[in-house]
Design a protein around this ligand. Structure first.
Ligand code: ADP
Ligand code: MG
Length: 389
């Protein structure tokens, strides 16, 4: 996949729309994790140096109604204003006549942030007229939002077909890195998949099995596979409808590994008493909430040989301290490897953040769902218009 790169476009002095992902966590009106904003800064700064007039478009959360105040970009603007001189906020829904008028008042050196794209239903419905109104806001389109590239949304998949367009620096770096790993991984190549739902992650498990030397599983999604293999999982979180679908996953070959011991408790409560048992010994009234120390030891032995590691999904219910060891120790193990290591996924990055191990990974992917779709080998609607045949 070759990208139309930002550096090859004549952007100098132009009005440039940058589709960013400023869908950041906000608490009490303040941005609490600005990593996604930080990731877009090299592109924004480059465009500033090129004397562009910059229009920033993003979504935030899942607004219930137009101008849902909980999804206003005001806190994002306040964060930006502190780091980017020249940034202005237009609390106007992009894709409206009012927004077009406002965009015509932008001056060289201005960076104008419009309000939440999802305040208009045209965004998620991928409405062509809405996309045309977005296109009227500028002369050039840059996509710097890898995390939404798996979605067919007006600002992601249609807008780039209406204007000269290119990939932002972060997006390009991210996709080229994932591409390199999937096409020419240094071996042994080890995948690790955990997290909540086997239904959303089975496609990536199957795709990775074609590529990796080992695939290590954990989290709630491993429970459904254990159940399919005839192991009693008590009251563990499983997806009953997926049990028959995962029966064919071959656990007999060495490649696919599931937990051999687990941490269990009768409930997911802060005061729940936990115990560690072999995976075959989970009583009816217990639920599996983490991988156990023997599994960690086994996974560590396998990982120590790795030259490439891809990780998505926590190994357990790491939000409670009784069940955090699997995820945290795994993060430490991967962070200590002499290998190319990439991790992605909302909760996975949260765990890495908590441990302050961000710098110890070769790459942290900003796109959870988009990363999984990419690893599955699916065409991404946001990337296709940015590629050169
Ligand atoms: P990511 O966002 O990193 O892709 P997911 O969204 O798939 O990860 O899953 C994360 C969630 O899975 C976490 O909130 C965690 O509590 C939950 N989880 C992991 N293992 C278990 C388990 N054994 N039982 C219940 N929940 C689990
Ligand atoms: Mg998640």
């Amino acid at each position: 996949m070759n990208f139309k790169s930002l550096k090859t476009l004549a952007v100098n002095g132009k009005q440039v729309i940058v589709r960013v992902d400023f869908n950041v966590p906000i608490k009490d009106g303040r941005v609490i994790d600005p990593s996604r904003i930080q990731a877009a800064l090299p592109t924004i700064n480059f465009l500033c140096e090129q004397k562009c007039r910059i229009i920033l478009l993003t979504h935030l959360g899942k607004p219930k109604a137009t101008h849902d105040p909980a999804c206003s970009l005001q806190p994002v603007f306040e964060y930006l204003a502190a780091i980017l001189p020249g940034v202005k906020f237009a609390p106007i829904v992009p894709g409206t006549a009012e927004a077009i008028t406002r965009s015509q008042e932008v001056r060289p050196g201005d960076i104008l942030l419009f309000d939440n794209l999802r305040f208009h239903t045209g965004e998620s419905e991928n409405d062509l007229d809405f996309a045309k109104n977005l296109a009227a806001l500028g002369e050039i389109y840059i996509n710097e939002a890898f995390s939404v590239c798996h979605r067919k949304a007006a600002s992601v998949s249609t807008l780039p077909t209406l204007l000269p367009s290119a990939a932002g620096f972060q997006l390009q770096k991210e996709v080229e890195f994932l591409q390199k790993i999937m096409e020419k991984p240094q071996r042994p190549f080890i995948g690790i998949i955990g997290g909540a739902k086997i239904s959303t992650k089975l496609p990536v498990i199957r795709a990775l099995l074609e590529k990796v030397d080992y695939l290590l599983l954990g989290g709630a999604l491993a429970n459904t596979i254990l159940k399919a293999q005839g192991i009693a999982v008590g009251k563990s979180l499983i997806e009953e409808s997926m049990v028959s679908e995962v029966k064919d996953l071959n656990l007999v070959t060495n490649k696919l590994r599931v937990p051999i011991d687990v941490v269990m408790a009768p409930s997911v409560e802060p005061d729940a008493l936990s115990q560690t048992v072999a995976v075959a010994n989970v009583p009816d009234e217990q639920r599996i909430l983490d991988i156990g120390p023997e599994t960690l030891e086994l996974y560590k032995m396998i990982l120590q040989t790795a030259k490439t590691v891809v990780w998505n999904g926590p190994m357990g219910y790491f939000e409670l301290p009784q069940f955090e060891q699997g995820t945290k120790q795994l993060a430490e193990i991967i962070a200590g490897l002499n290998a190319e290591t990439v991790a992605g996924g909302g909760e996975t990055l949260e765990a890495i953040n908590q441990l302050k191990l961000n710098d110890k990974f070769t790459f942290l992917s900003t796109g959870g769902g988009a990363m999984l779709a990419f690893l599955e080998g699916k065409p991404l609607p946001g990337l296709e218009p940015l590629t050169i045949e």
